[in-house]
Design a protein around this ligand. Sequence first.
Ligand code: GTP
Ligand code: ZN
Length: 185
Amino acid sequence: MSEKNLQQAYAEIIGSRDDLTRPGLVDTPKRAAKAFDFLTQGYHKTVEEVVNGALFPSDNSEMIVVRDIELYSLCEHHILPFTGKCHVAYVPSGRVIGLSKIARIVDVFARRLQIQENLTVQIADAVRELTDAQGVGVIIEAKHMCMMMRGVEKQNSVMKTSTMLGSFRDCAETRYEFLALIGQK
Ligand SMILES: Nc1nc2c(ncn2[C@@H]2O[C@H](COP(=O)(O)OP(=O)(O)OP(=O)(O)O)[C@@H](O)[C@H]2O)c(=O)[nH]1
Ligand SMILES: [Zn+2]
């Protein structure tokens, strides 16, 4: 959908509730379209693009963990935000990935319409494919606005999802090490 059509769609939605000609709202369809474009920018990006070849040979075969990566996504059911933290770990086999690129991979998938379970799997699969790691673990903890601002209106529940691949799935010790490193054991 073009930027113009997106603005038109917002104008219809807002116009169904309020006076679109009042000063505070005149530019809102334009702003909202721009914001929506930003929040869904992941559709215009690929993992290959954001990683930009930042894979480096390494003999390290110990667990690498990037914890507490902030996460902002939109739930695909209500188009309301869910926000929280993502923890990503992998055990390399010959190459490591540029540190910032892990957070960029999280954003490629988070900046789309999502459910938390699928987001978790997509991040884990991408890290595995890129690094050919022995194992990958991803945990996401998030609060969903669609459960807080509306619907069941629960303010304190947190959804936790995990995907464990390779050695993280097969070996309890590896999994425990991951949980310990992110302070969850
Ligand atoms: N599993 C999962 N469910 C989600 C996620 N985000 C939102 N939901 C849920 O999607 C469900 C949609 O249920 P519906 O009954 O179709 O929609 P609804 O009438 O708006 O549901 P309520 O939120 O219960 O009012 C709700 O239970 C939401 O809490 C997510 O990331 N994962
Ligand atoms: Zn929702």
